[in-house]
Design a protein around this ligand. Structure first.
Ligand code: IPE
Ligand code: IPE
Ligand code: MG
Length: 255
């Protein structure tokens, strides 16, 4: 895409969400429909991750957060869990240079302590390599749970109070927010779930408080740039009122 195309595309979409998160669901069903094992769906899903990153960059989205593995996904058969871990390791090793080349800052959010030492090291290395990048922030949620996120934030504040560096009155929505994951990114604007289910599955509970929700039946491996664009188009039609009246909200958008 030439520079003028990028400018034209941005001008067309004034109301682009700054922060998009995706629950990438439906890999297993996609594979089953093809008469393949579930693992084939996870592998095909990696191409959709690349497409989502490309779409986000093109549209000038600032932050893209992808749910790759939930704290509940350990309940899956051991073989599937281990394939997912291998795939994660493989993709990290293979893709991180390209992310870096594209000025993408990469981070993993979640309780990393349960991952193998090798994977943890690989994650730290990838984060360090891309830490100074100023383009898209790509966050991958792995062994992440929204309840875990809130609980770990509460624990940090409780530690401060018990050490006397904070008082009970310092515990506010703002100070708790400061300890949750993704705190330095723009507020979550749009939460997409593929795969046809209408639930959050313990993803960004705190951060999704005022996010627009977009559900699609498309299975994750079929979610391409056109599908991403459709989600953005839907977002652009929404009126975000944040508790105010429609009239107030519209006046604010104009001024
Ligand atoms: C999402 O696809 C990927 C992960 C949870 C790792 P699924 O594996 O949940 O696919 P379905 O929902 O069984 O089709
Ligand atoms: C949510 O998908 C987690 C990820 C996409 C990583 P699941 O397939 O695990 O969700 P449930 O179990 O159907 O709610
Ligand atoms: Mg699923």
């Amino acid at each position: 895409m030439g520079n003028s195309d990028v400018v034209a595309e941005q001008a067309e979409h004034k109301n682009i969400p700054q922060h998009v998160a995706i629950i990438m669901d439906g890999n297993g069903r996609w594979a089953q429909l093809q008469g393949k094992g579930r693992v084939a769906g996870h592998k095909a899903g990696v191409d959709s991750v690349r497409a989502a990153v490309a779409s986000a960059r093109k549209l000038n989205v600032k932050a893209l957060t992808l749910f790759a593995f939930s704290s509940e996904n350990w309940k899956r058969p051991e073989t599937e869990v281990s394939v997912l871990m291998d795939l994660f390791m493989f993709v990290l090793t293979k893709e991180v240079k390209r992310l870096h080349k594209n000025n993408i800052r990469f981070q993993v959010v979640g309780d990393l302590s349960r991952f193998s030492e090798k994977l943890q090291k690989n994650i730290a290395k990838s984060e360090q390599l891309t830490a100074e990048n100023t383009g898209l922030v790509l966050s991958v949620a792995a062994n992440y749970g929204g309840r875990w996120d809130i609980a770990q934030a509460a624990k940090k504040l409780a530690t401060e109070v018990s050490q006397g560096t904070m008082t009970l009155d310092d515990i506010t929505e703002d100070s708790l927010h400061q300890e949750t994951c993704l705190v330095n990114l723009p507020e979550l604007d749009l939460l997409i779930r593929t795969g046809g289910d209408y639930r959050i599955s313990n993803f960004l509970l705190w951060q999704a408080a005022y996010a627009e929700l977009y559900f699609t039946d498309t299975l994750w491996p079929d979610f391409d740039e056109t599908q991403f664009q459709k989600a953005i188009d839907s977002f652009e039609q929404r009126e975000r009122r944040f508790g105010k009246t429609g009239e107030q909200a519209r006046n604010e958008t104009i001024s």
